[in-house]
Design a protein around this ligand. Structure first.
Ligand SMILES: Cc1ncc(COP(=O)(O)O)c(C=O)c1O
Length: 334
C-alpha cells in the first residue's frame, strides 16, 4: 500500500502543467449527458430505446441548459446588471438551474413556485442561496406566474424574469445542445424522439433541429391526463399555454396518468438501475407505447430516444418511492 501511495504522489508531481484538465466553473459541465440503452424494461427486443440521462447535469436536470442560456442571453443583451434580482416562476428544476447560475455569477435570485412542489426542491434552491416564495398549490403554476408578473410590473428596475414559458432562448438551448448531442450519439439513426412537456422548450428545440437533419423523424410529447399531477409536466388544457409552444411540431401527443408514471419511475430504478423523477417515468411510458405500436406494425430499425429530465433524489419525501404492492420488478424475463 505504501508503495502505491508513493507512486501516485510521484505521478501527480510529475504532471506536466500543459496537460492540466479542468472546467472554468461548474456551468461548463452542463450538457453532454449520456445516452443509455433500456434493456429489461423493454419487451420489444427489435425496437431500440435509448434514454438521455439529464440527471447528469450539475444541477441534476435538463433545465440547467436553459438556465445557463437565459442568464447569459440577458447578460449579452445588457438586460441585467449586478444589482438585478432574477425572479422566475418555476415548478422546480428551472429554479434550481437559475439558483446555481446566480450563485456562479453572483446575482440575487428569487424563485416562485406552487406549495405543492416537493420540499427537496425548495431546500436545494435555498442551499444555492436563492429566496423561495410559495404560491397556492390550488392555482398550480398559473398562480406562480401571476405573482412574478405582478412583482416585475411593480418594480421593473429591480427585477428581471427570464420567463422560460415565453422566452425563445429556452428552446434555442435545446436546438443548440440537446439535439446536437442526440444527433452525434445516434449518428442520425433515430426514428422517434419522446419527451415530457412542461414549458415545451425541450420538445420545440430538439424537434426543430431533428426535423432539419433526420427525414421522417417522429416527435412525441408526453403530457399529464387531465387532473393528474406529474411534477414538471403541464396540463395545457387547464394551465397557461407557453408562447413558445407550437402544436404543429408534434406528431403525436400521449397522455399519461400519475400511477403509470410512478410505476415506470420505480421500474427504471429497479430494473435498469436508473434513478429518476416522475416526469421521466411518464416519458418512459410514452416510449414504451411507441415501442409497442412499432412492434405491432412490424416496423424494423426503430430507434426511440427518450429524454429523462431529472433524478429521483428530489422526490424522496413523497410517496413515489415508498414501498407498496406496486413496488415490484416490471422487467421482462430475458
Ligand atoms: C422534471 C421535469 N420534467 C419535464 C419538464 C419539461 O421540460 P420542458 O419545460 O422543456 O417542456 C420539466 C420542466 O420544468 C421538468 O422539471
Amino acid at each position: 500500500m505504501a508503495n502505491l501511495a508513493e507512486n501516485s504522489i510521484k505521478l501527480r508531481n510529475q504532471d506536466n502543467l500543459n496537460t492540466m484538465s479542468y472546467y472554468d466553473d461548474v456551468s461548463q459541465t452542463i450538457g453532454r449527458t449520456p445516452l443509455v440503452k433500456i434493456n429489461r424494461l423493454n419487451p420489444y427486443r427489435e425496437v431500440t430505446i435509448l434514454a438521455k440521462l439529464e440527471k447528469a447535469n450539475p444541477g441534476g436536470s435538463v433545465k440547467d441548459r436553459v438556465a445557463k442560456y437565459m442568464i447569459e442571453d440577458a447578460e449579452q443583451k445588457g438586460i441585467i446588471t449586478e444589482d438585478t434580482v432574477i425572479i422566475e416562476a418555476t415548478s422546480g428544476n428551472t429554479g434550481i438551474g437559475l439558483a446555481m447560475m446566480c450563485a456562479i455569477k453572483g446575482y440575487s435570485c428569487e424563485l416562485v413556485m406552487p406549495e405543492s412542489m416537493s420540499i427537496e426542491r425548495r431546500k436545494i434552491m435555498e442551499a444555492y442561496g436563492a429566496k423561495v416564495t410559495l404560491t397556492s398549490g390550488d392555482l398550480g403554476i398559473n398562480g406562480a406566474q401571476d405573482y412574478v408578473r405582478r412583482k416585475v410590473s411593480e418594480n421593473p428596475e429591480k427585477y428581471y424574469s427570464p420567463n422560460q414559458y415565453d422566452n425563445p432562448v429556452n428552446w434555442q438551448a435545446h436546438y443548440e445542445t440537446t439535439a446536437l448531442e442526440i444527433l452525434e450519439d445516434t449518428a442520425g439513426h433515430i426514428t422517434h424522439f419522446v419527451a415530457g412537456l412542461g414549458t415545451s422548450g425541450t420538445l420545440m428545440g430538439v424537434a426543430k433541429r431533428l426535423r432539419e437533419e433526420v427525414p421522417g423523424i417522429e416527435i412525441v410529447s408526453v403530457e399529464p391526463e387531465s387532473g393528474q399531477l406529474i411534477q414538471g409536466l403541464k396540463d395545457l388544457k387547464t394551465q397557461y399555454v407557453p408562447l413558445i409552444f407550437n402544436q404543429a411540431i408534434l406528431d403525436q401527443r400521449i397522455y399519461v396518468d400519475e400511477f403509470s408514471a410512478e410505476c415506470a419511475t420505480r421500474g427504471l430504478a429497479m430494473d435498469e438501475g436508473i434513478f429518476i423523477g416522475q416526469s421521466a417515468g411518464a416519458a418512459m411510458v410514452g416510449a414504451l407505447d411507441i415501442a409497442r405500436e412499432m412492434h405491432d406494425e412490424g416496423r424494423q430499425n426503430v430507434v426511440i430516444v427518450v429524454l429523462l429530465a431529472d433524478s429521483g433524489e428530489k422526490y424522496i419525501s413523497g410517496s413515489l418511492f415508498s414501498t407498496s404492492e406496486t413496488t415490484e420488478s416490471m422487467a421482462v424475463k430475458m
